[in-house]
Write a protein that binds this ligand. Structure first.
Ligand code: ATP
Ligand code: MG
Length: 141
């Protein structure tokens, strides 16, 4: 996660975003490339759907139930009516609002598929104009 965030330094600076991380040393068996893709997709969304000067928070912690990864932003948020569909392939919220950001609408469907492959879970909480939070739970094995 540390090295992924370093790769996003320029996009964070361009939008004057503050990134806060709280990363525990956690060890788990997982497909490193695929989990890297998950973090990239969620972090790039957090950046893309943040406003100038916003804040992004990434947390990694190990618990008795498994490993938790949280990625939270205080950006534009997702309308309640769209929330059930955002993990579907090619689904994008309101074309007009998304027009200037661009994207194919596949990032989250890939995230969901990778988490399922790992027998993990992903959930989302979002409030329009307040922000969005994705929470991933992964088993240790
Ligand atoms: P792609 O990831 O394929 O480049 P995309 O970002 O539009 O395109 P997804 O990552 O699958 O596609 O996200 C689906 C939709 O969910 C987005 O179009 C956007 O409307 C909404 N969304 C996803 N993440 C966030 C977020 N952090 N804040 C606000 N809206 C979000
Ligand atoms: Mg995306």
């Amino acid at each position: 996660i540390k090295s992924i965030t370093l790769n996003f330094e320029k996009s964070l600076l361009d939008k004057r975003l503050v990134l806060e991380t709280h990363l525990e040393d956690v060890f788990l068996y997982a497909d490193k490339d695929k989990i890297t893709q998950v973090i990239i997709n969620l972090l790039s969304n957090a950046i893309k759907y943040s406003r100038e000067g916003g804040k992004i928070y990434i947390e990694l912690k190990g618990t008795s139930e498994g490993v938790f990864i949280r990625i939270k932003d205080d950006g534009i948020g997702i309308p309640k009516k769209d929330l059930p569909y955002i993990f579907e392939r090619f689904y994008r919220v309101d074309q007009s609002r998304n027009k200037k950001t661009g994207g194919a609408g596949i990032g989250l469907s890939i995230v969901k598929r990778i988490i399922n492959m790992h027998n993990g879970e992903i959930s989302v909480k979002s409030e329009l104009n307040k922000g969005t939070e994705f929470i991933i739970k992964l088993p240790y094995k």
